[in-house]
Design a protein around this ligand. Structure first.
Ligand SMILES: [Mg+2]
Length: 189
């Protein structure tokens, strides 16, 4: 069974470094709760597109490279692979971030079978690659996945909390995520 997994805020945890950088650049008043009201910083903090672009240009690589994996993610992915799952990392990160991304995955011993970069229409990509279930956080991607009938596990954040679907499961803990995926696998999904 093929399992799709997003990278940012699914495999890694951007929160500590993102909050620290936002406070440094936009002021101490912003909390993680403010930042995560909407998926895009420009919507959450009412910035212009340029202000957000400037922020990611200045802090993006540092945040992405120095963020840590989510608890139990590495163990869960190893466990899934040992039980016959294939792990497809499907990320919107541009191909220019490939060397840095692969180095981070190796550094943190995150196992995978394939990485797809520049993924904007994740529902379509999952369909094309025979992905049975996708683990995701972005509201735009969750919507697209559900529109394509792809079973989705959402890591819960304030910006993605408004969906209701039989094909959607909110799970915050990678141990529970791996458990649910294996249940699906042994039921023949
Ligand atoms: Mg993400």
């Amino acid at each position: 069974m093929r399992v799709g997994v997003d990278i940012d805020n699914v495999i890694n945890n951007l929160s500590p470094l993102l909050e620290r950088s936002v406070k440094k650049h936009f002021g101490n008043k912003w909390t993680l709760w403010d930042i995560y009201q909407r998926y895009h910083l420009r919507d959450a903090l009412r910035l212009s597109v340029w202000e957000e672009l400037w922020f990611w240009k200045k802090f993006g690589l540092e945040i992405a490279f120095h963020s840590k994996p989510q608890p139990y993610c590495r163990e869960a992915l190893h466990w899934l692979r040992r039980n016959g799952c294939r792990i497809y990392l499907i990320t919107a990160r541009p191909i220019i971030m490939k060397p840095m991304t692969l180095a981070w995955l190796e550094q943190h011993d995150v196992p995978y079978d394939k990485v797809i970069f520049g993924a904007s229409e994740k529902g379509k990509i999952c369909r094309e690659n025979g992905i049975a279930v996708m683990v995701e956080d972005s509201d735009k991607n969750i919507k697209n996945l559900l529109q394509h009938g792809v079973t989705t596990i959402a890591i819960p954040y304030p910006y993605n909390s408004h969906f209701r679907s039989q094909n959607l499961f909110y799970l915050a803990d990678w141990r529970a995520i791996a458990n649910l995926i294996l249940q699906m696998r042994f039921r023949g999904a």
